[in-house]
Ligand binder design. Sequence first.
Ligand SMILES: Cc1ncc(COP(=O)(O)O)c(C=O)c1O
Length: 349
Amino acid sequence: MLEPREAVLRMAPYSPPSGGREGKLRLDFNENTVGCSPRVIEALTQYLTADHLSIYPEYTAALHDLAAFFGVQSDEFTLTNGTDEAIQLLVNTFIDDGGDVLMMKPSYAMYKFYSQLAGAAVREIDYPSDLQFPLDDFLAAIQPSTRAILISNPNNPTGSGIGLDAISRTLNKAPHAAVLIDEAYFEFCGVTALPWILDYPNLFVSRTFSKVYGMAAMRCGCLFSSAENMQWVRKAQSPYSVNALAAVAARAAVQDTEYIKQYVADVLQSREDVCRGLDELGIRYFPSQANFVLMYLGDRAIPIRDALRARDILVRDRSYEIPGCVRVTLGTRFSTFRFLADLERLWKT
Ligand SMILES: Cc1ncc(COP(=O)(O)O)c(C=O)c1O
């Protein structure tokens, strides 16, 4: 048997979602519960010809349209194979073996995954018990040797956000580090650092088509920074990591702004409904700025997760990192209603 690299031996393994999620009410991975705009399906269907599939991807049209949509120049971002590739690219471009990488705990698992894979030295700052971003502790942890800072805003799984003032203080305290603000859930909170990419030479922002756009299967995202930084990132990126169908889908998705607006409005309404429903049941939860809510079910967390699953409703147990907590994705009001009705029945028995 071959020995892998030391960094691979040391990494904590990650288990991706299990299979068999189709046909169920999927409130476990913060996806869009009703799927993408019909315009995306139409564009993909039209694109699916043998001729198109025989050609290596060309990104010019997608870069043009997405630059206009996001209000940046086409050399100020790159298309990525999901946010996951954006994280990996940032780490691979800027972090040497043993480099200091700072992140929150708990946060999105892939920050630690790709940092460890690259052989970086990961430092995690714990959220306090109210799960609000501990700005002073975080700023104090930044060292002159820190090479990257990976922040999810709002954070998964806590749902809590970090305001623009806190982001700017972080950027100012770490001029030598690549600072990623991962805005996977931006549409549900409205706070963005994207307009600052020209003001802060150490700022990177990522967005994804996996969440509000309902295209998790396509694996498409964007990584933004100054053109100077992006030239290094593009140099480190494999030339065809985003497939042509994903680029076609992303172009179509940003054209249907009405669809996204409507879905965001549904989710925000669901957020209120779920919080009210949990209040009525006497279940504690953490205020969220994203399309999910983390609720405290105590020692009933796993039994309730399992009982919901038996009724074809999937939610995500997080008690391995925040004891007693389960995360539920917010979707349309219909999905919220079904979830709350079943939760109430289970909670009261
Ligand atoms: C904070 C955060 N970033 C990124 C992602 C994944 O994004 P993608 O599907 O674009 O790789 C997730 C998914 O759960 C997430 O919670």
